[in-house]
Design a protein around this ligand. Structure first.
Ligand code: 5AD
Ligand code: SF4
Length: 360
């Protein structure tokens, strides 16, 4: 897809043209990755973070937020539950917690791989190449590290660097790939200051990287962050600001599918949060083929508030939530994926491109 086509799609408001785009993305999804929706159990096992991203509720400067790190035993219990629920993957996610012993993480990965049939995805931020290697050797299958925005100025402003750490996310992604990980990346839609040209470059970045997994979700302001305060002080939205809307996110999802046909693409929690009634369904019919249900124990969930989101009413409702999700998937005529659900491109035709090129 050419630059000006991408630019056209992210700026058009013609509902018929957008409907065609969504259908093309849905066809492309069916053709390249099929009807199965893969479920990944997302375990936010620690909320300690040394960074101060302007958009995130876990930022280190939030001293009012109680911090936690789950024990190995509790993490193992959650992994077994993920397997019982029939999901093929556990995603171990935390803030960028460098007080956490990398050997400890390696042990958890090794135990999950030894005691369950789950694939293990790590999402632990920017880490040293040696740590990434230790975890790969322990059996980790995949790693998520979003580049968040391809606009260097916005990235540096919103994601302040730490002394002594380069923060070269693209370099880390290349390293992860060389180590044999399936790699996941992505960005936010509607970050304050993001223009349509930035969004086009975000999509072009994905086209260039051809990652195995791609997460894109709308920006949701968290009241305890600098970005929310800046937004509250702004009299009106600048004319070239990309909206953090469901519609914009769906357009981006559809374009991501057309640009990276074989990737695993989730209908993200952020999309499910801005549109609780239909967010997942809309995502799954505009190119997505993955959902990442949150399996974090309730006691910790409210402390893992990257952005505000509702909590399920009670622990039992975790079960009810799970059944509802299965029903929602089946009501779309889609099946629930079995097994680990690796990217179909992984290890086969990585790097090959299979682009849809023309406008509808
Ligand atoms: N709104 C939406 N997504 C966010 N993330 C962080 N803060 C926000 C926010 N306010 C996303 C980023 C990050 C992931 C952990 O959550 O993409 O990589
Ligand atoms: Fe930490 Fe990640 Fe939040 Fe940044 S986005 S403050 S690195 S948890």
């Amino acid at each position: 897809m050419k630059s000006h086509d991408i630019q056209h799609w992210i700026t058009t408001t013609d509902p018929r043209a957008l409907g065609n785009l969504y259908r093309r993305a849905d066809d492309c999804r069916r053709r390249f990755v099929g009807d199965a929706v893969h479920l990944r159990g997302l375990l936010n096992f620690a909320n300690i973070c040394r960074r101060n991203c302007w958009y995130c509720g876990l930022r280190a400067e939030r001293t009012d937020l109680p911090r936690y790190r789950m024990s190995q035993a509790d993490i193992l219990t959650c992994a077994r539950r993920v397997e019982q629920l029939g999901y093929g993957t556990i995603v171990l996610q935390s803030g960028e917690d460098h007080s956490m012993d990398p050997v400890w993480i390696g042990e958890i990965v090794r135990r999950i791989k030894g005691e369950t049939g789950l694939a293990v995805t790590l999402s632990l931020g920017e880490r040293h190449p040696l740590e990434l290697e230790v975890w790969k050797r322990a059996g980790a299958d995949r790693y998520l590290l979003k580049f968040e925005t391809s606009n260097h100025d916005l990235y540096c402003r919103y994601h302040p660097a730490l002394a002594g750490f380069g923060g070269n996310r693209l370099g880390i992604l290349a390293w992860l790939r060389d180590l044999g990980y399936e790699i996941g990346t992505g960005f936010m839609v509607g970050l304050p200051g993001q223009t349509p040209a930035d969004l086009r470059r975000d999509l072009e970045m994905l086209d260039m990287l051809q990652p195995d997994m791609i997460g894109v979700g709308p920006f949701i302001p968290h009241p305890a962050t600098p970005l929310a305060r800046i937004l509250a002080d702004m009299p009106a939205r600048p004319i070239d600001q990309v909206p953090a809307s469901t519609g914009m996110t769906l357009t981006v999802l559809a374009l991501v599918r057309l640009l990276c046909p074989t990737a695993n693409i989730p209908a993200t929690t952020a999309l499910g949060t801005v549109d609780p009634a239909y967010g997942y369904e809309s995502g799954l019919t505009c190119g997505a083929n993955v959902i990442m249900p949150d399996v974090t124990p309730r006691a910790y969930r409210e402390k893992y508030e990257i952005y505000p989101r509702p909590l399920p009413p009670s622990e039992e409702d975790g079960e009810a939530d799970h059944r509802r999700l299965m029903d929602r998937i089946r009501s779309l005529g889609r099946s629930v994926g079995r097994g680990p659900g690796a990217a179909v491109s992984f290890g086969h035709h990585r790097g090959e491109k299979n682009h849809e090129t023309s406008r509808a």
